[in-house]
Ligand binder design. Sequence first.
Ligand code: APR
Length: 232
Amino acid sequence: MNDIRNIVILTGAGISAESGLATFRGPDGLWEGHRVEDVCTPEALARNPALVHRFYDERRAKLAEVKPNAAHEALAALDAAWPGELLIVTQNVDDLHERAGAKRLIHMHGELRSAFCAACGRAVPWVEALPPASPCGGCGQPRMRPDIVFFGEMPYEMDRIEEALRRADLFVSVGTSGAVYPAAGFVQTARHVGARTIELNLDPSAGSFYFEESRMGPASRLVPELVHDLLA
Ligand code: APR
C-alpha cells in the first residue's frame, strides 16, 4: 500500500449494523417492513406527508440510542492521520461517522438530523420530531421536510465525489449491497482511472465482481484491519 496517496471510501448501511441500526435489504431490512414507494419518493411525500415524516421521525429518534462502532472509529482515525487526500462518502443518513470524529465526509443521501425547506432550500440542524407543514425559520413557508435524498432525486455533492474518484489511488467500499446507483457505479470510475479497489462486506454484493479484492466479514473487524495496514 506504499504507493497510495488519495483515498475514497464509500460506506453503506452495513457499517452501522453493528451499532444497532437496521440495514435496508435482507430479512430484517427496512425495505421489508416498508415499501420504498410509500416512504422514500417525492410522490409519497406529496401524497402522505404524515407517513413519510413519521418514518424519518422514528429513525431520527433511534439515533439517540446508538453509538459509533469500531469501524466508524477506525475511519475517523484514518481521516485524522492520513496525509494525502481522503474522502469518506456515506450513503447513510445516520450521524455515526461524524460522532466518531470523521471530518472529510459527504452525506450523499442526506442526513436524518437535518431538515430543509422545500420552498426556499434552507437547511437547518433538526434533532426532534418534524411535524408535516412545519414553518421555515427563513421564508416562513410551511414546507420543512426531512433532508433525505429520495429515490428519483439527485444525490448531494456529486461533482466533488466524481473529482475525488478521478484522483483516487484506492477506492474502498464498506457495508453496501451495491443495489443503488450512482454509488454502485463508483467502483467502475475508480477502476477506470487505475485505482486499487477493495470491498469490505458481510456477503458478496451485487457488484463484487467489479472489485479487485473482496474481503468478507463484519465491518467492525475488517475496517480496523485495513486502516491498520494503511497507517503502518
Ligand atoms: N459488516 C459489513 N457489512 C454488513 C454488515 C456488517 N456488520 N451487516 C450487513 N452488511 C452488509 C449486507 O451484507 C449488505 O450487503 O451491508 C449491506 C447493506 O446493504 P443495504 O441494506 O442494501 O444498504 P445500502 O447498500 O447502504 O443501501 C443503499 O439504498 O434504500 C437506499 O438510500 C438507501 O442509502 C441506501 C441505499
